[in-house]
Design a protein around this ligand. Structure first.
Ligand SMILES: [Zn+2]
Ligand SMILES: [Zn+2]
Length: 203
């Protein structure tokens, strides 16, 4: 994956499709509809969940001979680059970004967790959207510094002290740490609240 042809920034994405298509592709990506992403040298393959969850669209992105992007997608939208292709490109960019970050590999677990605590404090905004401080659902929005894309994930807090919380982000799904910067951001925020001290006093 040394070839960065499929790594599109916001500006380059803007040359591919209409603003509306890009917006739809982005929301597909945020909703975690892209799976089975497979990057090869001149080809990017993915499945993208459409309106019917049991019938994902297969999308194939190719690097043309003249260095242009070619798209084959099941949706036959008639557009040269459809929202499924855009969603796949966002997903690829995220994967590439995670690799560049050097997280996980070569780090001890403590270092990896410390990194997420730091990022949670600096890069993530949180908002309680359901339940309460110690047991609730939060929206965590993170800023990707290199590209400034805002991403929102849902954090489900089950405990403010034990590692039994859940987040919809791909990092938590793959890092085996039991936490991610979104969860750490919520914990950091929650533990500063006056309600937290009351909660602790009750226990
Ligand atoms: Zn499509
Ligand atoms: Zn997360």
């Amino acid at each position: 994956m040394s070839d960065d042809f499929f790594l599109f920034d916001t500006e380059r994405l803007g040359t591919l499709a209409s603003e509306d298509t890009i917006k739809k592709g982005l929301s597909y990506f945020i909703e975690n509809r892209v799976f089975a992403l497979d990057a090869q040298e001149n080809m990017l393959l993915a499945q993208v969940e459409g309106s019917k969850p049991d019938q994902p669209y297969w999308v194939e992105l190719l690097r043309g001979e003249d260095g242009q992007l070619l798209v084959n997608c099941d949706c036959a939208s008639g557009r040269p680059v459809c929202k499924h292709a855009i969603a796949a490109l966002y997903s690829y960019a995220e994967q590439a970004g995670n690799q560049d970050g050097g997280e996980g590999i070569g780090n001890t677990m403590e270092e990896a967790i410390a990194e997420r605590i730091k990022k949670g404090r600096n890069e993530v905004k949180v908002k309680l959207i359901g339940g309460n401080l110690g047991f609730g659902i939060w929206q965590a929005t993170s800023l990707v510094s290199a590209t400034h894309w805002q991403r929102s994930y849902q954090v489900h807090i089950r405990s403010l002290d034990a590692r039994m919380n859940y987040c919809t982000c791909p990092d938590l799904a793959s890092n085996r740490l039991g936490t991610c910067k979104h969860i750490e951001a919520v914990l950091h925020y929650a533990k500063k609240r006056p309600e937290y001290k009351k909660l602790k006093a009750k226990v």
